[in-house]
Design a protein around this ligand. Structure first.
Ligand SMILES: Nc1ncnc2c1ncn2[C@@H]1O[C@H](COP(=O)(O)OP(=O)(O)OP(=O)(O)O)[C@@H](O)[C@H]1O
Ligand SMILES: [Mg+2]
Length: 266
C-alpha cells in the first residue's frame, strides 16, 4: 500500500484536481485506490459527487474517535470509454474517505492533545487492501498537512507552471525535512506535477525548464495542460474521464497515471 500526500501550501495549484484524476486514472488501470479528503473545504468529496454536508460521518468523526475509518469510506463506481485509448472500455471502483467543514477547527480541537501529529496514521491503522492511498491536503502547512506527512511514504507536489511557481517551495521542503528528521524518516518527495501548462506561452515553457533544473528526475514527464473541462468537471461531481473523456485533461491525467505506474514498477 503506497500512501501519497499531495501537498502545496499554495492554493489553487491543482492538488485536488490531481488527487481525483490520478486516483480515478489508477483505478481505471485496475489498481485499488483510496482518496482521502483532508481539506475542510471538502472539495475532493464534492468533486466526485458526494455531498459532504449531507453525510452523518466524515473523517472528522474518525479523528474524534467516534467512528472507524472503514465505516466512513464510500465506494464510487466509474465506467468510461476512452477515445485516445482506442475507445477501450474501463470500469472500476475507487474509494473516498470524505471530509466536511467540521474539520476546519481541527488545529484548535486536536492541537493540544498528545499524539496530535499521528491522528491520521492511527485512523488508517485498520485500513488495508489498497494499492494506492492519496491524501489531498489543504493549502496550509498546519496540523492537517502535518498529519498527512507523518502518514505518507511519498509526497507529490503540484506546481502551476506560471510565474512564482517555485515561490514558497523552500518553506515546503524545509517542513518536509523537519518531518523526516523528527516524525517520519520514511518520507520522500517522489513526484512533482506540472499543472495548467500552456505550451503557447513562453513563460510557461521557461517555468517548466526551471522546475526541471530544480527537481530533475522527480519531475513527471507528463505535463497537465490548461484545460477548461478540468475546471468544469467538479461541479458535475465527475472525474475528467466521465465528464469529457476526449479532452486534453483526460488524456494528460491518464498518461500521468500510466507514468506513475511505470515508475512504481521500476
Ligand atoms: N489543468 C487545469 N486547467 C484548468 N483549470 C484547472 C486545471 N487544474 C485545476 N484547475 C482549476 O483550478 C482551480 C484550482 O484547482 P484545485 O482545486 O485542484 O487546486 P488546489 O490546489 O486543490 O486548491 P486548494 O489549495 O484551494 O485546495 C479549480 O477551479 C480547478 O478546477
Ligand atoms: Mg484542494
Amino acid at each position: 500500500m503506497k500512501r501519497i500526500a499531495i501537498i502545496n501550501q499554495k492554493g489553487g495549484v491543482g492538488k485536488t484536481t490531481s488527487a481525483v484524476n490520478i486516483g480515478a486514472g489508477l483505478c481505471l488501470l485496475k489498481k485499488r485506490v483510496l482518496l482521502i479528503d483532508l481539506d475542510p473545504q471538502a472539495h475532493l468529496t464534492y468533486s466526485v459527487g458526494i455531498k459532504a454536508h449531507e453525510l452523518d460521518k466524515t473523517i472528522y468523526h474518525v479523528f474524534r474517535g467516534d467512528s472507524e475509518a472503514t465505516q466512513v469510506i464510500i465506494p464510487r463506481l466509474i465506467d468510461v470509454s476512452l477515445p485516445f485509448s482506442a475507445h477501450s472500455r474501463y470500469s472500476g471502483e475507487f474509494f473516498v474517505l470524505p471530509s466536511s467543514l467540521d474539520l476546519s477547527g481541527a488545529d484548535l480541537e486536536f492541537g493540544g492533545i498528545a499524539g496530535r501529529e499521528f491522528l491520521l496514521k492511527e485512523c488508517l491503522a485498520s485500513v488495508d487492501g489498497f494499492d494506492f492511498v492519496f491524501i489531498d491536503c489543504p493549502p496550509s502547512l498546519g496540523l492537517l498537512t502535518l498529519n498527512a506527512l507523518t502518514t505518507a511514504d511519498e509526497i507529490y507536489i503540484p506546481l502551476q507552471t506560471e510565474f512564482l511557481a517555485l515561490q514558497g517551495i523552500s518553506k515546503l521542503l524545509e517542513t518536509v525535512e523537519i518531518v523526516r528528521k523528527r516524525l517520519n524518516n520514511e518520507i520522500k518527495i517522489s513526484g512533482i506535477i506540472g499543472t495548467r501548462f500552456d505550451g503557447r506561452k513562453r513563460l510557461n515553457r521557461e517555468v517548466v525548464e526551471r522546475i526541471r533544473e530544480y527537481f530533475g528526475e522527480q519531475f513527471f514527464k507528463t505535463l497537465i495542460r490548461e484545460n477548461i473541462s478540468l475546471a468544469e468537471a467538479p461541479s458535475f461531481g465527475k472525474t475528467i474521464y466521465e465528464y469529457k473523456p476526449d479532452c486534453y485533461g483526460s488524456e494528460d491525467y491518464f498518461n500521468l497515471s500510466r507514468e506513475i505506474l511505470e515508475k512504481q514498477e521500476l
